[in-house]
Design a protein around this ligand. Sequence first.
Ligand code: GAR
Length: 197
Amino acid sequence: MLSLVVLISGGGSNLRALLEASEDAEFPARVVAVGADRDADGFAHAEEFGIPTFSCALSAFADRDAWGDAMLEQIRLWNPDLVILSGFMKLFPPRVVDALSPNLINTHPAFLPEFPGAHGVRDALAARVTETGASVIIVDNGVDSGPIISQRRIPVLPGDTEATLHERIKPIERELLIQAVLDIANGHINLKELATA
Ligand code: GAR
């Protein structure tokens, strides 16, 4: 059984999908804790499922390294097999990425390497592309630049706004994320090999 720590910053709809998936006794992973860089709305999902939460605000620390060390300490308390950034909108300092890699993955609402960063959906709309997508990647020390685990194309429809497009991307992200967790748990995806390929 794969143990997961999920980190969020916002509503946590992808987190909720994971929590629902893990209710199935056959699902080979369990969320053991949910963390955030703030008092995230998505903590409500964790509480509903009886999962402990923790948060460390960047502003409460002298610098990003000190904040990263505090997050790492909290994460390590749970000794997870895999850490999932799911709408976690802060960049970890390199020493935290290096400590967790390659068992640190991220979901992103674009077809990477297209439109990395905090505004993947907005940037795709601004570029007037007809297709964007969703990706699950291994986190490295760049911005959404790590090895791609899985991704899928999604059309941009006439009249799409950032909100409508993001709402169509999210269910695909959830499918990709749940499948990635399954594949990692059953050995079909080897993160170590993927990270060094
Ligand atoms: C998701 O679309 C996730 O990919 C994105 O934030 C959303 C969080 O939604 N993350 C990024 O853009 C990271 N660069 P949620 O809080 O409802 O799961």
